[in-house]
Write a protein that binds this ligand. Sequence first.
Ligand code: ADP
Ligand code: MG
Length: 564
Amino acid sequence: TARTEKREFQTEVKQLLHLMVHSLYSNKEIFLRELISNASDAGDKLSFLALQDDSLFEGDGDLRIWIEPDKEAGTLTLRDNGIGMTRDEVVANLGTIARSGTAEFLRQLSGDQKKDSRLIGQFGVGFYSAFIVASRVEVFTRKAGAPASEGVYWSSEGDGQFELGEAELAERGTRLVLHLRDDEKEFLDSWRLKSLVRKYSDHVAVPVMMREEPAPAEDGDDTPAPAWEQVNAATALWTRGKSEISDEEYQDFYKHVSHDYSDALTWSHNRVEGKLDYTSLLYVPGKAPFDLWQREAPRGLKLYVQRVFIMDDAEQFLPLYLRFIKGVIDSNDLSLNVSREILQNDRTVAALKAAMTKRALGMLEKLADNDAEKYQQFWDEFGAVLKEGPAEDYANREAVAKLLRFASTQTGDAAQNVSLADYVGRMKEGQKAIYYVVADGHRNAVGSPHLEVFRKKGIEVLLLSDRIDEWLMSHLNEFDGKPLQDVARGALDLGELEDEAEKKAHEETDKQFASLTAEIAKILEADVDSVRTTHRLTDSPACLVVAEHDMGAQMRRILEAAGQ
Ligand code: ADP
Ligand code: MG
């Protein structure tokens, strides 16, 4: 390894390395899953490129991952014959974190959060997890198709620096040498390793090879190393039948495709033959990633065509309001040559997107029906994203409406846990509309003077206070045949909820105060449209209402903030 140089990790990497080693230590064996996952991704990427240029296989198209412990040296070696990396790629992939917002997120972590494995895990523990068990990691890698002389050597103790150099590497792909810490020698035991491979990586499509158990030692040192054997099943999980797959396997596969560290909430696995021919496996994560609201955050499905990996983060198969869904789609209709450009306006892709959207919504509906607690967990993490649905996807607005949850005067607290169906089930005799109020913040919604008459009559009102709520409601006009009515809008007509006596009394009041309202209207001429008496207040003397078709206060503020 001539010409080595020392380099510093990017600051975020240093911080993350430190946090990771400490927060994930209690589940340290996952390093093996992560490194095998990378080796398998590397095989996928090579197969994909070799579709265009099979010289990249260099005569060896049998992709493999080899794992070899060396008890004497105290090292664990993982090798793959996947795509490999160039020097620049090594520096970018093993020295920086490209995901935007990372620095900001890390800075905001409190002391306790820094120990929360779920928070740290959302970065995709990845390659750096090697440092949980290793005091030094060496990487030898050579890109497929590059000459042996362009091999790269990388080495680090995970402290803040890494060493970078050249290496002559006859074999393409990547070899990692983990120098295990003294108290991590359990990972040199091949029984232990094999059981971990089966546990975490059975579904990885590339065969993972380890040495067969040696025959009892004979005298002399020159017994040849035992032959390699395949340890994992090496069939892509989604190609197997549902009934053969355990929940644990689904969860392990989830971690492989999502780069998430915690479990998924639920999943939906479907094989479809007919007009469209595909297999999909979609997951709902348990936790929102820190960059859920960032435009450039990675999203989309892992795309395979006829079992061949094509790309990560294929965004074209799901609408934006379902951007939290993770998973795989394997199509038999698309060509192996598809590119991101082709995906943009392909009719099959449009049909697949419609199908995936239905699946995802169906999966959420099922979760809501079967497990209210988990659904609430989903809603608390992703509800605000789902609220973009009716505006983005008019055709599915009813399916989305069923999934919505709101705070309500029924409970009065801020938890969003009332569905429109719940509300409808509690509607009063003679009540025609679903009533809601929109305000800046839950407390303002609860305290809204518009609620007074509803309280008096015992009518439930939904309390909306998310930034997006008015936008949502402007695209949702009815549910279950009942109009959604903003209580702060227009003249309030409670219809049959009022009795004759009340109606009479109101007409009387109108007459009685006609000259007063006219007088006030004149004074406020520049600011208001009209002034009238109202029966919607019981305690407050007056309130402002928005005309039926005017923009609400919340929308106005959003547009103002956007400079419109
Ligand atoms: P992720 O897998 O989520 O991208 P990792 O930290 O696991 O994050 O890996 C970072 C990057 O390093 C990968 O995206 C890949 O480009 C590169 N990499 C890691 N391991 C390998 C490998 N065995 N072969 C080729 N590239 C690799
Ligand atoms: Mg990885």
